[in-house]
Design a protein around this ligand. Sequence first.
Ligand SMILES: Nc1ncnc2c1ncn2[C@@H]1O[C@H](COP(=O)(O)OP(=O)(O)OP(=O)(O)O)[C@@H](O)[C@H]1O
Ligand SMILES: [Mg+2]
Length: 372
Amino acid sequence: MLRVGVIGGGQLARMMQPAAINLGIQLRVFAEAENSSAHLSATAVGDYLDPAALLSFAKGVDAVTFDHEHVPKHLLEMLEREGVKVRPGSAALIHAQNKLFMRKKLASLGVSQPIWAAAKTAAEIEDFISKNGPEIIVKTPIGGYDGKGVRVVSSVQEVQDWLDSISDFGGELLLEQKVPFVTELAQLSARRPSGKIKIWPLAKTVQVSGVCSEVIAPVSDVGDQAKNIALTISEGLGVVGVMAVELFQVDSGELFVNELAMRPHNSGHFTIEGSVTSQFEQHLRAVLDLPLGSTGLNAPFAAMLNLLGQDDSNTMQPHFSKAMDLVPEAKFHLYEKAPRKGRKMGHVTILGDEPNTILKRANLARAAIYGN
Ligand SMILES: Nc1ncnc2c1ncn2[C@@H]1O[C@H](COP(=O)(O)OP(=O)(O)OP(=O)(O)O)[C@@H](O)[C@H]1O
Ligand SMILES: [Mg+2]
């Protein structure tokens, strides 16, 4: 029996479960807590910074992959030295872990990206603001998620706290021009170790306060540009598994890479119902070096809305009855996470012929499940 080990027990590991069950693949999850989102598959609970625990988990599976990007490089390399198939491998994964590594690598590959610089000092930040301001984006190169670690600033004072603890972020901050994008897009792809790549139709994403709120697919007008960027990066970095490239589209139609994720991604949740092969199934296939499935769509359009925590008490399930009654065509997903304001608690997907109609219906379902 094929066995895949996932480090991290979040919703991404959780959503690999149905795909693994269908394929008869044994999924084993190394979770950080007993009550993780992926608890049904958790065969180990511990600290992923503990080398011995990590190795003993990894020795029991055919390939190790990830729910998050936080396992440090030296531990990934240790696993690789021990003969574990780490997928994606450390040499690729560091570009999803560290946004400065990513910027440097993409520059060397000639991929179009925002104007950027690394900064260690207030003077360097001031200089970048004077050249690219009045507003710029400052990012912590490591450890950011859901917009944490991203600030729009027009003065050094606004990131003084980050400068004061700069060693926590690898000793440098990432500065970027504030891109005047008209749309944010995400290009999902998957690559197996032998080099074969599959690309899904391009998706449009909408972020609210730095967190993904809405995804609609496909968007076609810049399809080839996005596809070529994904191919260049996937091959250039030797990615194995699913990769999402987050993109900015500006007025002229040109695309700029925002960041990379080397695992199933929020922008690809629509593929569960919307695509012949979901990103979760494809990830399992890719990390096991199995032939990749078709990425064709099951309907002309798919809309996916995130269900974000409203407060500390709304688990959302009590509103199933109303929401399901109101929007029977909606597919609901909840991640069994304790409610907290702004937390990704689940998502809802609707397929259909017309993007605005399904978006409206998905919004109705979301409002109902929020209790409105
Ligand atoms: N250079 C930029 N110019 C304009 N807007 C930006 C820029 N960088 C980031 N943003 C905005 O901030 C959001 C979050 O940025 P980014 O994707 O780098 O952060 P993150 O916390 O790693 O995100 P994620 O939720 O994908 O993990 C982007 O989706 C975009 O809306
Ligand atoms: Mg992002």
